[in-house]
Ligand binder design. Structure first.
Ligand code: NAP
Length: 286
């Protein structure tokens, strides 16, 4: 076996970029995305990240209203701003950077964003729509995972799909999207691991999606020969950014694999933009 084909997230992100640009070039108005970030003392690059996101959106034809709050700001300050943005008709999408300051509850924040402007797909209403397979705006990371799988051209119906991690923003929405494609889907979590059954499930996965947040947690030797491996994890280990899967070993067995960095990450970033366009269309035409 020559080893897995690499699913190049940067190249796929570039394709999505062109799709978004093309779609907006024909639109009479430009979507407006409001972005809230925080001056995190632990992460001095948060402002630079906000500016980079702003430049990228503008290059696609999306206008941005950026706002930077302090790390001392509380729930009331964030709520006040979001409620104001909810009321402004000219704002079509709202994105709030994570992590949020200690005095802000992220779950509460996702629940007060107008669901039509929730371009991260994290509002309970949008999550519920996904459950009933009716959602137009989904979790950006989950949509990115599906786009990467789609790139392989493999038909998912009847395949064994295993998702490791059941978080609200990744594991759960990914499992719903896999079900929509008629994959036989198993969701593993800390209980599976405690029961000593994680390896057993991973070994039978035709499609494996891992979103745990532990460096090289899934052993390469567990990967079923020919599997599609989508590694969502982003971890810093020994000064290097690595995923949740032992990449080199897994690559020898898989048919397709995402690298970290350069796999799911860049596609997720672009899905935020794609969701902004979707929200814009929903608000313009219903
Ligand atoms: P999270 O909210 O911390 O969820 C982690 C999940 O892993 C939880 O469901 C947890 O289950 C499960 N888990 C923990 N220990 C486990 C074990 N020993 N065996 C099996 N499952 C276990 O994290 P997340 O937001 O989903 O993110 C996961 C990773 O993806 C992180 O590295 C994050 O940085 C990365 N990420 C990347 C992108 C991207 O665009 N590339 C986007 C989002 C997240 P319990 O809740 O039962 O403990």
């Amino acid at each position: 076996m020559t080893g897995a084909r690499i699913l190049d997230g940067k190249a796929i992100a570039e394709t999505i970029k062109q799709e978004v640009r093309h779609e907006l070039s024909a639109a009479p108005d430009r979507p407006v995305l409001a972005i809230l970030s925080f001056q995190n003392p632990q992460n001095p690059s948060s402002e630079a990240y906000l500016r980079a996101q702003e430049r990228m959106a503008q290059s696609l034809g999306i206008d941005v209203r950026p706002r930077l709050l302090s790390w001392n700001d509380d729930q009331r300050a964030v709520e006040h701003l979001i409620k104001e943005w909810n009321q402004i008709k000219q704002i079509h999408g709202i994105f709030v950077h994570q992590p949020m300051p200690p005095k802000v509850d992220p779950q509460h924040v996702s629940a007060i964003i107008d669901p039509r402007k929730d371009i991260e797909g994290i509002h309970p209403q949008n999550m519920a729509r996904r459950f009933f397979a009716r959602g137009r705006i989904g979790s950006c990371t989950a949509l990115a995972v599906m786009r990467l799988i789609e790139e392989t051209g493999v038909e998912l119906a009847g395949k064994e799909a295993v998702v490791v991690g059941h978080s609200e923003i990744v594991g759960r929405p990914v499992s719903m999207l896999l079900l929509d494609k008629l994959a036989t889907t198993t969701v593993c979590h800390v209980g599976t691991d405690r029961a000593g059954r994680l390896e057993e499930h991973v070994r039978r996965a035709d499609v494996l999606v891992v979103a745990v947040g532990r460096p090289r947690f899934i052993q390469g030797a567990w990967i079923k020969p020919g599997a599609i491996v989508i590694d969502v994890g982003i971890n810093v280990d020994g000064g290097k950014v690595v995923g949740d899967v032992e990449f080199e070993e897994a690559r020898k067995r898989a048919s397709y694999i995402t690298p970290v960095p350069g796999g799911v990450g860049p596609v997720t970033v672009m899905m935020v933009m794609k969701n902004t366009v979707e929200a814009f269309k929903l608000q313009q035409h219903g």
